[in-house]
Design a binder for this molecule. Structure first.
Ligand SMILES: [Fe+2]
Ligand SMILES: [Fe+2]
Length: 493
């Protein structure tokens, strides 16, 4: 006969729970004692401790079973344990890195072994699931709640559980559980190992001479894809495939780095096919945000009217946005794109500039295009040197800062690896606690082609198309034929 749940709901339940907890604590204590005994060369003492601890573990499991602490059909539980163990490997490894950085090498070595063991536990569970063909747990139509500490996923109506219900894995109270959002945001990674200078990133209002050109921040290029669970929505589409590689010299203010993948390939790497994309939201007209708009046969392109007109966009699938849904939080003009996805007027960088805000559970993802080039600018409240309307760019930055102050926000940037690092760690912006700036350690290098690219609009100056006149030999007052920027805004390609 099964002992499962015999004492659950009886007057014995509390006492059994207390003794289960005491036995579980005993496991921790005896193993700690065994380790200490070993450290002191008392192997026989350690042996006795270990013998006791194994019995304590058996006892704890017995009492937990009596109280029905874990479900009798345990496969759903094992599925979440598997996920937690697999995630646990990275978490323990990250902690081991910190322990190592603190100088505790021996402890870190041990923890790296533990990290691998966590991952191995996950693999072993998976093998069992396969053996018993129970890997897939039916959660269809059920709400999922996630433990913030261990990642345990509860499927069903958590409110119906008793008030003292706790996470079966780590003991967190019911109130700590958060409903799992169906919405996910991923980065589409396009360029890496670039840099930008401090005057470029911060000098828009105070003047570039107020900043130190020898200070560099890391740069990259990535756009973002929103998976709402019902549809796949892109925010910007990278550079065009024929966008030339940039070459660095001492005048370079921003260098995107070297190409990782073309946009469509990078989207596939993120897990999506072009045909799946139903909507594209364009933050602004610049070439590194609009390069591959034409590659999505089933997508409607949402772009502000100002920006669409500036790009002369035509086609039935182009939706000129007039922000008819009114204010969104502290932004005066917005348009709802899908549940939890808002396209928001945020001009300044360009006169038709927009940002995207995604609500996912308790978090907000602000996908802001080029409101700032690096997160340091957000924290230090500085504009970059690139804007079409400085006053409006200032107002937009003020509004973005106000938003992140009042709403838990993951800040998804286009031109710094912080964009995807924030996303991976679900790091919430805390304006009062800026992260340590990370200087670039590795910068990609490309060979010069004689071509120059406008850093603002992406226009390519090719001597071969201009009677062989080298860019260097163009008059000093020469302007970009497309966006009228001066020569110094061009980068070597
Ligand atoms: Fe831009
Ligand atoms: Fe950009």
């Amino acid at each position: 006969m099964s002992l499962h749940g015999l004492t659950k709901g009886t007057p014995l339940e509390k006492a059994v729970a207390a003794v289960a907890q005491a036995e579980a604590n005993g496991v921790m204590m005896y193993y700690a004692l065994a380790r200490l005994a070993k450290e002191q060369g008392l192997d026989d003492v350690a042996e006795v401790m270990i013998e006791s601890v194994n019995q304590e573990a058996v006892h704890a499991g017995f009492y937990a079973t009596l109280n029905g602490k874990y479900p009798q059909n345990f496969w759903a539980l094992l599925e979440t344990v598997k996920k937690a163990e697999i995630q646990g490997e990275a978490q323990v490894k990250a902690l081991a890195d910190k322990v190592r950085a603190a100088g505790f090498t021996e402890a870190a070595d041990q923890m790296e072994i533990f990290a691998k063991q966590e991952g191995h536990h996950g693999v072993v569970i998976e093998e069992l699931q396969k053996k018993y063909k129970l890997a897939k747990i039916d959660t269809a139509g059920k709400k999922i709640y996630v433990c913030p500490i261990c990642g345990y996923e509860y499927a069903g109506d958590i409110d119906a559980e008793p008030d003292d219900w706790t996470c079966p894995l780590c003991g967190q109270p019911k109130s700590a559980f958060k409903e799992k959002s169906a919405v996910t945001v991923k980065a589409v990674k396009l360029y890496e190992k670039g840099f930008m200078t401090q005057p470029f990133a911060l000098g828009g209002e105070d003047g570039t001479d107020k900043f130190d050109a020898s200070v560099k921040y890391r740069s990259s290029l990535q756009n973002f894809v929103i998976d709402t669970g019902k549809e796949v929505i892109l925010v910007d589409t990278g550079t065009p495939e024929d966008f030339p590689d940039q070459v660095v010299d001492d005048k370079t203010q921003i260098f995107l780095g070297s190409r990782i993948e073309f946009y469509v390939d990078a989207l596939k790497t993120a897990g999506y096919q072009p045909e799946q994309v139903s909507k594209i939201l364009v933050t602004h007209k610049h070439a590194d945000h609009t390069g591959e708009l034409a590659k999505f046969p089933n997508a409607k392109i949402y772009i502000s009217r100002t920006e669409a007109d500036a790009m002369n966009l035509t086609g039935d699938n182009v939706i000129r946005v007039d922000f008819t849904d009114g204010a969104y939080k502290n932004f005066p003009a917005s348009q709802k794109i899908a549940d939890g996805v808002y396209y928001i007027q945020a001009v300044g960088h360009t006169t038709g500039n927009s940002i995207v805000i995604v609500e996912a559970g308790d978090l907000n993802y602000v996908i802001h295009g080029d409101v700032t080039y690096t997160d340091e600018a957000l924290y230090e409240n500085k504009l970059s040197v690139v804007f079409e309307d400085k006053a409006a760019a200032r107002e937009t930055l003020n509004r973005v800062r106000e938003f992140v102050k009042n709403n838990p926000t993951v800040y998804c940037s286009t031109h710094t690896p912080l964009g995807y690092e924030n996303l991976d760690a679900k790091k919430i912006v805390d304006l009062d606690n800026p992260p340590e700036p990370i200087p670039p350690t590795e910068i990609a290098q490309n060979k010069a082609s004689g071509k120059y690219v406008c850093s603002i609009c992406g226009y390519v100056y090719d001597p071969a198309e201009n009677g062989g006149v080298a860019f260097e030999d163009l008059p000093a007052d020469w302007k970009c034929p497309r966006c009228k920027q001066s020569k110094d805004k061009f980068n070597r390609a």
